[in-house]
Design a protein around this ligand. Structure first.
Ligand code: ZN
Length: 524
């Protein structure tokens, strides 16, 4: 009873903290617009028994002007104990999930932040993220971290805005008790044993989105191979699965190989050849953590043609191209991450299941779109504002429709070129306008009306088919002021006609079938 009285309020406080939800993005804080992050170097110790962390983050930055305040985000439930600049302690303030540091009069471009505390517990990972503390079948700890909806402030101090990526990447030295392993981004450059503990140091030199900085803790079985990229590079490929699932590791590795090959065919070479292609089994569904995708889909492979397909693995891997290599700096444009990646999922159907499987998938997805919100959100949107299901389904459908409008000879090279352009990749973040301008420039087509309609509104062209004369029909698309190429089947055969609001007269003794394969989103 005493125990209950003692722990009752404490538990209540912990639950209150953990019920909190965080957001990120929106307009950039003026104080944070004054500096850029070069690198995050994080040294963390993870304490599974108390579900807490403690450590030091060394942040290297550049600035064009003298800074009065160096502002980072870090959730208040972590306590900062000390901040050093140029080896000297400096003043700092923690309030409203912000960490304001008062720099000394130095010209130093590095700050060391010592902090720690209880980890925020994920309420519905990966959508409402945080730390997920699970146990494997042997009763051993299994920890996953997800933060797409919240940013890196859930685990480290950061300039936590989607437009900020550490230009020279991250280095993560994570210490855990033995026998645990830490799977993380980039390459494992050092493993250091310290009595009952072990420290794993991972490093990537590629820029990386804050929410992709990640680590998973568990006792894993590893399967690995070399992947030969279309670029000619030989890239390490690995999967880490719980030991209970070790007999599935080789099959998962093969699924990963086929998915990588499929993405490379349509999107170009794997974007992070200096690091690795990898997945780690996580206690939540999944996330596109750069070079260490979270995988929690329970090995539910389905046969497609001659290969096995795992929709979750294929989807998260697709984000290595759209999300991680091609990244948006404003969540308003988040449909570029999710729509293009979801379209990449449909391309697996195309490549391995054949055209029938692809069109069937596209039609099924199209039927489920509510057309309630535009896929493009207003400028400076937060993640919670911009994230909704249509950025996946309608986003993919826009790309599918674009394919129908352009034809494969124009569409596929344009898509690959967009994902390969220096001005749209790695540190060069993209906007929706970058994408729509590039596609039009590359293909020489005017698609302003098409993009405006499907990306910025919830309107759909209204299909009108009217009998005209004895053996004729007038087919029109009302509500648009441009024309789209539309497939039409008549008694005379199949043809593709440019159709707008004025309509086109076709000869047919039977009712024409308009867009029978389902390229377009129309009010039918
Ligand atoms: Zn996704």
């Amino acid at each position: 009873m005493k125990k209950f009285l003692f722990f009752g309020p404490l538990l209540f406080v912990v639950q209150l903290i953990n019920a909190q939800s965080w957001d990120w993005g929106g307009p950039i804080d003026p104080l944070q617009a004054k500096f850029q992050i070069q690198q995050y170097r994080l040294e963390l110790e993870i304490f599974p028994e108390t579900q807490s962390i403690s450590g030091r983050s060394t942040i290297t930055f550049t600035s064009q002007e003298k800074l009065d305040t160096l502002r980072f985000q870090l959730i208040d439930q972590y306590q900062v104990s000390k901040v050093l600049m140029d080896g000297k302690e400096v003043d700092f303030f923690q309030k409203s999930d912000l960490l304001d540091i008062v720099p000394t009069d130095c010209t130093c471009n590095q700050v060391e932040i010592f902090y720690g505390g209880p980890t925020p517990i994920a309420q519905n990972p990966p959508w409402t993220g945080g730390f997920t503390w699970e146990k494997d079948a042997m009763g051993r700890h299994w920890m996953g971290l997800s933060s797409q909806g919240e940013g890196a402030k859930l685990f480290m101090p950061a300039l936590d805005h989607p437009s900020s990526e550490p230009q020279q990447g991250v280095e993560l030295s994570i210490t855990v008790p033995k026998p645990y392993f830490v799977a993380s981004n980039g390459r494992l450059i050092q493993t250091q044993n310290q009595d009952q503990k072990v420290q794993y140091t991972w490093k990537t030199d590629y820029p990386i989105n804050n929410y992709n900085i990640n680590f998973t803790v568990g006792v894993f079985e590893k399967a690995e191979t070399d992947f030969r990229s279309v670029s000619g590079a030989v890239i390490p490929m690995a999967v880490w699965v719980l030991q209970d699932n070790k007999y599935k590791a080789q099959e998962l590795l093969e699924v990963l190989r086929v998915s990588t090959q499929t993405h490379e065919k349509f999107f170009g070479p794997y974007p992070f050849p200096q690091d690795k292609i990898a997945v780690v089994e996580t206690p939540y569904l999944g996330m596109e953590h750069q070079t260490i995708n979270a995988y929690g889909n329970n090995f539910q492979f389905v046969p497609m043609g001659k290969v096995q397909y795992d929709w979750l693995l294929h989807h998260e891997l697709g984000h290595e191209w759209f999300g991680n290599k091609v990244s948006v700096g404003d969540w308003a444009d988040m449909w570029i991450h999710e729509g293009l990646t979801a379209f990449g999922d449909w391309l697996f159907y195309w490549e391995h299941g054949g055209p029938e499987a692809y069109f069937k998938k596209a039609r099924a997805e199209a039927r489920g779109i509510p057309h309630a919100r535009p896929v493009l959100s207003p400028p400076n949107s937060t993640e919670k504002t911009a994230y909704h299901p249509e950025i996946y389904t309608k986003g993919a459908m826009v790309i599918h429709s674009l394919r129908g409008v352009l034809g494969d000879e124009l569409f596929f090279p344009a898509l690959k070129a967009f994902a390969s352009e220096e001005q749209f990749t790695y540190l060069n973040l993209v906007t929706t306008k970058d994408f729509t301008d590039f596609i039009q420039r590359y293909t020489g087509q005017n698609l302003e009306g098409f993009f405006k309609l499907y990306l910025e509104t919830t309107n759909l062209p209204e299909l009108k088919v009217r009998k005209q004369g004895k053996a004729g029909y007038r087919i029109a698309l009302e509500g648009i002021d441009f024309e789209m190429p539309v497939e039409i089947n008549t008694s005379e055969g199949s043809q593709k006609l440019l159709i707008g609001k004025k309509g086109v007269l076709v000869t047919s003794s039977s009712l024409p079938e308009v867009d029978p394969r389902g390229w377009l989103m129309l009010k039918r």
